[in-house]
Ligand binder design. Structure first.
Ligand SMILES: *Cc1c(COP(=O)(O)O)cnc(C)c1O
Length: 381
């Protein structure tokens, strides 16, 4: 089927919810994608930080092939080994508490918000301007962006949005606060790390009033910043974190991970999901976890991130920022630049705003591919 035919189906039969570029991808391998004409692209977006292991990583493909022919789904009324093993590894390699599986990022945050409210009944949720936590009602209520929230009012009550300053945080958190939720590096709004002082103030304020500090690591986690979790490079340990995106090696899964204090807040019947933690998805996630929790890979992500940021600065780009292979910079007419990179240079990047570009390459990318991406950027800039 031609691209024109696909576009005709879209216009007749798909709810017009996405602005797609006119490209049909048919195959992927590592940091490369191929369109229907056989043209090769360098992928520095990785499905928006989902393909941290790269496209069609052989370990993930092998695990899925093996599991899909054996058992795909049994529901959470029974046991299956892949999810139990994944939960143990996730908890041991993070906050040391317990794990609840879901199917996406926004659902992981829904679970975190419900958990925080159950731990502190009727408590308020504090979130930070510029943050993004998802599109379902609870997560959307914690995503203080007018354009995303306004058409869907009224939102969930009991949410408070603050500017990312210590003073605003201290003023907002009180005895009635159930949780503070934030991304240690704000991703969707353009790769903006929150300052350590703010994270420390959030930690202290939550401790003072017995509120839960929740880090949304859906984009920053699974090795993206050069440690398995971004909080490891901050002076703060949260009470809970949420993961999704890179967690499934390309397949949909999310998780809420708690520390010990919040591990037993939920009881049977409090929350649930038909598909969550199924053996097929968990097998994929276990394979991705093997790849992304490797210390040598994580050290390389830090090195390659430095190499990429230094090269971008050498190009004279303004406000180059980020950690590991989560990188943003300022450029005029960012959406036009992203389109030109796609169609002239076959480099996939993402404009997060009118003047900001974001780079999220697969974490298995090579030095040569980093240098190649920088050359393609230079050609357009
Ligand atoms: C992508 C993202 C989400 C939402 O995840 P979905 O799987 O799209 O629901 C939430 N928080 C952050 C930080 C994200 O990057």
């Amino acid at each position: 089927m031609s691209l024109t035919a696909l576009q005709a189906i879209e216009s007749d039969h798909l709810i017009p919810n996405y602005a797609r570029q006119p490209v049909e991808f048919v195959r992927g391998e590592g940091a490369r994608l191929w369109d229907a004409e056989g043209t090769e692209y360098l992928d520095f977006l990785a499905g928006i930080s989902v393909l941290n292991v790269g496209h069609c990583h052989p370990a993930v493909v092998g695990a899925v092939r093996e599991q899909v022919g054996r058992l795909t789904h049994v529901s959470n009324l029974f046991y299956s080994e892949p999810a139990m093993g994944l939960a143990r590894r996730l908890a041991e390699r993070s906050l040391g508490g317990k794990v609840l599986f879901v199917n996406s990022g926004t659902e992981a945050n829904e679970a975190a918000l419900k958990l925080a409210r159950k731990a502190k009944p009727r408590g308020e949720i504090v979130s930070v301007h510029g943050g993004f936590h998802g599109r379902t009602y609870g997560s959307l209520s914690a995503t203080p962006q007018e354009s995303k929230q306004a058409p869907f009012a009224p939102l969930v009550p009991g949410f408070v949005a603050i500017e990312p300053t210590v003073a605003a945080l201290e003023a907002a958190v009180g005895e009635g606060t159930a949780a503070v939720i934030l991304e240690p590096i704000q991703g969707e709004s353009g790769v903006h790390p929150l300052p350590d002082e703010l994270l420390l103030a959030a930690r202290a304020a939550c401790d003072r009033v017995g509120a839960a500090l929740v880090f949304d690591e859906i984009q920053t986690g699974m090795g993206r910043t050069g440690t398995l979790w971004a909080y490891e490079q901050t002076p703060v340990v949260p009470d809970a974190l949420t993961s999704a995106k890179g967690l499934g090696g390309g397949l949909p899964i999310g998780a809420l991970v708690t520390g010990p204090r919040l591990a037993d807040v939920f009881a049977p019947g409090d929350h649930g999901s038909t598909f969550a933690g199924g053996p097929l998805i968990a097998a994929a996630a276990n394979a991705a976890f093997d790849v992304l929790s490797d210390q040598a890979l994580l050290a390389r992500v830090r090195e390659l991130g430095e190499r990429l940021r230094a090269a971008l600065e050498d190009l004279g780009l303004a406000n180059v920022r980020g950690r590991g292979l989560m990188v943003g910079f300022d450029v005029a007419d960012a959406p036009v630049v992203a389109r030109r990179l796609l169609f002239e240079q076959r480099l996939i990047v993402n404009a997060t705003g009118p003047t900001e570009l974001r780079l999220l390459p697969p974490l298995i990318v090579g030095e040569a591919e980093i240098d190649d991406a920088v050359r393609r950027l230079a050609a357009v800039l």
